[in-house]
Ligand binder design. Structure first.
Ligand code: BG6
Length: 278
């Protein structure tokens, strides 16, 4: 079933339910903020104190960072771009079979976006919900000049406890440590005992998030960079919409085009960033 719903404060979202899984995607930001397989714990983390307010990104789920990842040189512009705080259009929903549904959202350039980024574009998010979650973010340049984008499907995973998890698949990959701005090389799996904020480069294979009682696989396409982030104790205290101990239950593995992995789109070109989670 695909239903258009509203929270008591008027915040709108699309709810998808089928025999294999359920998901909720907000109209603001085409922001997927819930995904769970039937009879399983949610895969994605959502802050207990997240605001569902217009103009503010939801804390958790999968914010869409676009058309820039991180800060803009112009500090008056929003961190991680404007897509996650813009109102999207719901294009269509399909029930493919009993266990598979898909939904498509669109963001087109408009007077507001042109003020922040002067290019004409069309952005589409296509999500397939089954026992696997597949997200495809397609950018089309409808301007008459080239543009450059950085972006991310900024996925927050729910974990049993941050000290129980490790990430496989990034061994020997170079990364930019966003805390020191130094280039480093990953040795072995990633484990967590302090703040981590890294942009891995040259990523091609599958990434596995291993937790106490489950493992989550992430496979990206159209991307060679992956951001791994946990704010740990001090940064969490400074973050909006997060409880002080929230860093213990979450971890971001972001399917990205970030740092050196900038994508240049000529007029008429498209680029699709895909993350499959299973
Ligand atoms: C991550 C960045 O992608 O997003 C972090 O690497 C940042 O540095 C985090 O803190 C959250 O950003 P925001 O804008 O959602 O608070």
């Amino acid at each position: 079933m695909i239903t258009h719903k509203k929270l008591p404060n008027g915040f709108e979202y699309i709810e998808v339910k089928n025999r294999a899984a359920e998901a909720k995607i907000a109209m603001q930001g085409a922001h997927l903020f819930h995904y769970a397989r039937a009879d399983e714990e949610p895969l994605l983390w959502l802050s207990e104190v997240s605001d569902f307010k217009l103009g503010k990104a939801i804390r958790g789920g999968v914010p869409l960072c676009w058309p820039w990842f991180g800060f803009n040189e112009d500090k008056s512009l929003p961190q991680h771009g404007f897509a996650r705080i813009s109102m999207w259009e719901f294009v269509c929903g399909k029930e493919i079979d009993e266990k598979t549904s898909s939904v498509t959202f669109r963001l087109s350039c408009n007077a507001e976006t042109l003020k922040m980024w002067s290019y004409r574009f069309e952005l589409k998010l296509h999500v397939v919900i089954s026992d696997k979650l597949v997200m495809e973010l397609k950018t089309t340049n409808i301007d008459d000049r080239e543009f450059k984008i950085t972006q991310a499907l900024h996925t927050y995973f729910k974990v049993s406890h941050i000290s129980h998890v490790n990430i496989e698949g990034l061994d020997k990959k170079p990364y930019l440590d966003a805390l020191t701005y130094k280039n480093e090389l990953q040795k072995g799996d990633i484990t967590f005992n302090e703040e981590v904020d890294r942009v891995y480069q040259e990523v091609d294979g599958e990434i596995v998030l291993r937790d106490k009682n489950r493992e989550i696989h992430i496979k990206n396409q159209g991307s060679s960079s992956v951001v791994v982030w946990n704010p740990w104790i001090e940064k969490t205290k400074r973050m909006s919409a997060m409880n002080e101990d929230a860093y213990e239950q979450m971890l971001c593995i972001e399917s990205a085009n970030a740092f050196d992995d900038v994508r240049v789109l000529e007029s008429g070109d498209s680029h699709t960033l895909v993350a499959a989670v299973f």
